[in-house]
Design a binder for this molecule. Sequence first.
Ligand code: HEM
Length: 88
Amino acid sequence: GVDTLMRIPPSVLKQHRSKSDAWSAFNGKVYNITPYLAFHPGGERELMRVAGRDGTELFAATHAWVNADFMLDSCLVGFLISEPSPSS
Ligand code: HEM
């Protein structure tokens, strides 16, 4: 459920950029893309370009018609938030 999802800043997203542990953000939602890597019609290499970072722009540039929200629903990890300031 929604209460088990995390709030993820870019610095944490960045820690998940390997093939065995790949997260990416699309439209504010962070997904674990690891299980999908082998199935991506555009290939693993293309998908790994957005591992550990916000893939919204690249995704929109390649296939805006694909519904990632629907496809990756079971891989949702949480929501991308802005980096907390050091003082907070
Ligand atoms: C193709 C899904 C991320 C590059 C496709 C197709 C799907 C898909 C369903 C087939 C589309 C069609 O035939 O109309 C996804 C999902 C993504 C994702 C769910 C997010 C997790 C990306 C990213 C890139 C990318 C980030 C680029 C860096 C491509 C390319 C193709 C493709 C180049 C075309 C392959 C071809 O037809 O030869 N993707 N994609 N994809 N994807 Fe992705």
